[in-house]
Design a protein around this ligand. Structure first.
Ligand code: PHE
Length: 338
């Protein structure tokens, strides 16, 4: 039996054949097991010797099978490697490259620009507390901006952020009373607007906030002029027009000289030579006070720019809805900006 099994195991050509042999010889119904069972009929004094011999046989066959298994596995692996030869002369398959969304391009450009000026980038959530979106931004309960028509409330105290000012109010509270603060906060904002070529119920903003000792409107002007030149070209100039925001005093609206006609007047700027790009101002003392700062000891500016608006101007896009329809013919246009 031993010789027969040894010969068969030696000549097994595959792992499955070897496994069959293992079952055949060492399995429950195999000869080794049979020998074990037969032991009970032997005279008492022969049992130990017989048992020992059967066990030796069993161990011998097991270890032979084990060795053969290792050998066969190695062979199979070698065969596999042999067959799997990679032809390194074959040309590779080029992956289909996506391209950055124009809104992300503008967001990235703005972030890079402000990081270069020493700002930190802080992002917030889409859902914000009424406290930070309005109350802390000095927007009293009866202010039209709180009207249900403008805001999308989730419950009494939470809503989809209507402006990234909400993130700034949280940053302000967290930072108090440390100085200086220099942050930009990009984010999505939501308003109850009907969608058309220039309005969307959801869009993106990036807001900047700088608080320090004696930060003035002229610092704001210098910063925004730098931004306008980077975004729209070195020839650009900016101007401030008086405006109103509850969280800034004084408040301004900022225009840039038209990048299409360089201020001469064209359809893009409706013949005025100027294009409005953002709202800004000196942070209102009430806002500083509520966040835990002493308005006697520090001051600052804030500005909020619409990412869609900048992208539309920069790339000459005439309908805000193009950004959201995921039409590849539109998005592929921006490959050249990668
Ligand atoms: N929060 C304003 C808006 O959504 C923009 C703004 C930000 C104005 C900061 C002034 C200062 O329109």
């Amino acid at each position: 039996l031993q010789q027969e099994a040894q010969a068969k195991i030696q000549s097994a050509a595959s792992l499955s054949e070897l496994n069959e042999l293992r079952v055949l010889y060492l399995g429950k119904k195999g000869p080794v097991q049979e020998l074990m069972k037969g032991m009970k009929d032997l005279p008492k004094e022969e049992k130990p010797i017989f048992g020992q011999k059967v066990n030796q046989l069993k161990q011998l066959l097991s270890s032979m099978i084990e060795d053969k298994k290792v050998e066969l596995e190695k062979k199979e692996m070698e065969a596999k490697i042999e067959n799997e030869k990679i032809d390194i002369t074959l040309p590779g398959r080029s992956p289909v490259l996506g391209n950055a969304h124009p809104l992300n391009l503008v967001k990235q450009e703005l972030e890079d620009l402000f990081i270069g000026l020493g700002y930190q980038v802080i992002e917030g959530n889409d859902i914000v507390d009424d406290l930070y979106c309005f109350e802390r931004a000095n927007i009293p309960k009866d202010h039209p901006a709180r009207d249900m028509q403008d805001s999308l409330y989730i419950d009494q105290n939470t809503l989809l952020g209507t402006h990234t000012t909400a993130i700034q109010m949280m940053v302000l509270e967290k930072s108090a009373p440390n100085l200086p603060i220099k942050v930009v906060c990009p984010g999505k904002v939501y308003r109850r607007d009907d969608d058309d070529a220039t309005h969307s119920h959801q869009f993106m903003q990036m807001e900047g906030l700088v608080i320090g000792e004696k930060v003035t409107l002229s610092d704001l002007k210098g910063t925004l002029e730098f931004m306008a030149k980077k975004l729209f070209g070195q020839d650009r100039q900016i101007r401030f027009r008086p405006s109103y925001f509850p969280f800034t005093e004084p408040s301004v609206e900022v225009d840039v000289t038209c990048h299409i006609c360089n201020g001469k007047g064209c359809p893009t700027c409706k013949g005025t030579g100027w294009i409005e790009i953002l709202g800004a101002g000196e942070v209102h003392p009430n806002v500083l006070k509520m966040a835990g700062y002493d308005p006697e000891k520090c001051s600052g500016f804030a500005f909020g720019v619409g990412i869609e608006r900048v992208a539309m101007l920069k790339y000459g896009i005439d309908d805000i809805r193009h950004f959201y329809t995921n039409d590849k013919r539109f998005s592929e246009t921006f490959k050249r900006f990668d």
